[in-house]
Design a protein around this ligand. Structure first.
Ligand SMILES: *[C@@H]1O[C@H](CO)[C@@H](O)[C@H](O)[C@H]1NC(C)=O
Ligand SMILES: *[C@@H]1O[C@H](CO)[C@@H](O)[C@H](O)[C@H]1NC(C)=O
Ligand SMILES: *[C@@H]1O[C@H](CO)[C@@H](O)[C@H](O)[C@H]1NC(C)=O
Ligand SMILES: *[C@@H]1O[C@H](CO)[C@@H](O)[C@H](O)[C@H]1NC(C)=O
Ligand SMILES: *[C@@H]1O[C@H](CO)[C@@H](O)[C@H](O)[C@H]1NC(C)=O
Length: 383
């Protein structure tokens, strides 16, 4: 199967901790890093947040793995094990929420230490209502007029076997039938194959998986926003990460912001990927090398070529919040630019708070409509 696809990954979790123990020694942990991924989850679903493993050069955690603790930012207490809190518990490098709730949104910090050294990593978790699933959809892209597959992402924490997944798929909320000629749902796998992919196939897909845990049945939902592109355009590079226009961080933190570029079947060498700051080379703007462009990685996933170039902040300073960062990917057929900003951590998750008046307004308007309908027997449309 020539699956032409790629997956953008995001995901994770956090924990609001109700019952904790005191964190013993925070003062000897000078090294603070912000994990670039931001985890978006649905209220009421199981979530596992993982303390990141050493994937970037300047973060070598391997020597520190045994001693991992978790706490929520702003709380001095450590998140305990399962026996203390059956909803949120820490186990080694994982933080479990069974299930996660809206109020768990926030920044979670995992601390890895050995006797002489320690590193803290901040991980962002945003929990939204189930009705907002499309706002946190995973972007995926397929080429048209060939077969392609989309993947139900981030399930492995809930399916250690990796072979016996049972998923239900929906397109724009309608269930996809298994005997449909166009869609093939591979038994036990996390993918949905479509032959051929047409421009009209773009849209929202949802996959659902049941997750039984100690007698309780939970449901895991992932929403995918499928974009389709013409096959001919594959020669132009496509930036697939970062997806968000801003990345929040904390002054003084280390941070890595990868730019991941899809080049399809084109060779890696033909494509140039670089980061600019205020439209100038990073090494020119940051002469002291506080912010640098990391090593270029050439990646092959499912037969497709990707290039990843990280932008590395040794320590985030205020001026970075006012700097335009741009990832530029180009080859001789075309180019794509992706502007992005670094912004200061808003502890209260500002967009989320901004939603509250809107949600309230909806409730009030909805309430009025229903009330009038009851009183006078009008249809909602008439009101
Ligand atoms: C602790 O971790 C640091 C960083 O990985 C390493 O350099 C150091 O050797 C470790 N110390 C011990 C005692 O293992
Ligand atoms: C974790 O750290 C504590 C001291 O902070 C130490 O006593 C303990 O042995 C460590 N545990 C492991 C598994 O390394
Ligand atoms: C943690 O919370 C404090 C205030 O409670 C805030 O000043 C700080 O920026 C937050 N840090 C992170 C990593 O979110
Ligand atoms: C995991 O896979 C093995 C064989 O591969 C099977 O015997 C076992 O029942 C599976 N476990 C679950 C929980 O599906
Ligand atoms: C980029 O430009 C903005 C606005 O002119 C400025 O505030 C900022 O300091 C500049 N960034 C760097 C890294 O020079």
């Amino acid at each position: 199967m020539r699956g032409l696809f790629f997956v953008l990954v995001t995901c994770t979790a956090g924990a609001s901790a109700f019952r904790f123990q005191q964190v013993k020694s925070m003062e000897n942990c000078p090294d603070h890093t912000v994990f670039f991924k931001h985890y978006y989850e649905l209220h009421g679903e199981p979530v596992v947040l993982k303390c990141p493993s050493p994937s970037y050069k300047h973060l070598d955690f391997s020597a520190l793995t045994p001693n991992i603790t978790w706490h929520k930012n702003g709380s001095k207490t450590m998140i305990s094990g399962r026996d203390e809190d059956p909803r949120i518990w820490a186990k080694e490098n994982a933080l479990w929420f069974l299930p996660v709730m809206l109020e768990d949104s926030g920044v979670y910090i995992c601390t890895k230490r050995n006797s002489s050294y320690c590193v803290e990593v901040s991980i962002h978790l945003t929990v939204v209502e189930k009705t907002a699933a499309q706002e946190i959809a995973y972007p995926q892209v397929l080429f048209t007029f060939t077969s392609g597959k989309i993947v139900c992402p981030d399930l492995w924490d809930f399916s250690p076997n990796r072979t016996s997944l049972e998923l239900k798929w929906y397109k724009d909320a309608l269930p996809l039938e298994d005997n449909n000629e166009k869609f093939i749902i591979l038994k036990g796998s996390n993918s949905l194959i479509m032959t051929p992919v047409l421009p009209t196939d773009a849209g929202y897909y949802t996959c659902k998986m049941s997750f039984p845990f100690e007698g309780v049945m939970y449901e895991i939902t992932r929403t995918i926003q499928l974009e389709t592109v013409e096959r001919e355009k594959r020669i132009t590079p496509i930036i697939v990460y970062p997806t968000q226009k801003t990345t929040s961080t904390v002054l003084g933190s280390k941070m890595t912001l990868p730019c991941k570029v899809f080049v399809g079947l084109s060779s890696h060498v033909q494509t140039d990927v670089e980061w600019l700051a205020n439209d100038t080379s990073v090494d020119v703007v940051y002469k002291q090398s506080r912010v640098t462009e990391g090593e270029r990685q050439e990646i092959v996933e499912n037969g497709e070529n990707f290039i990843e170039v990280p932008l590395i902040f040794d320590s985030v300073e205020e001026m970075d919040f006012y700097t335009d960062f741009t990832c530029l990917a180009q080859n001789r057929y075309g180019y794509q630019v992706l502007p992005t900003r670094v912004k200061q951590e808003a502890v209260g998750l500002s967009w989320y708070i901004a939603m509250i008046p809107i949600a309230l307004a909806c409730v009030i308007v909805g309430g009025i409509c229903w009330k009038r309908r009851d009183d006078k027997g009008y249809s909602i449309a008439k009101v």
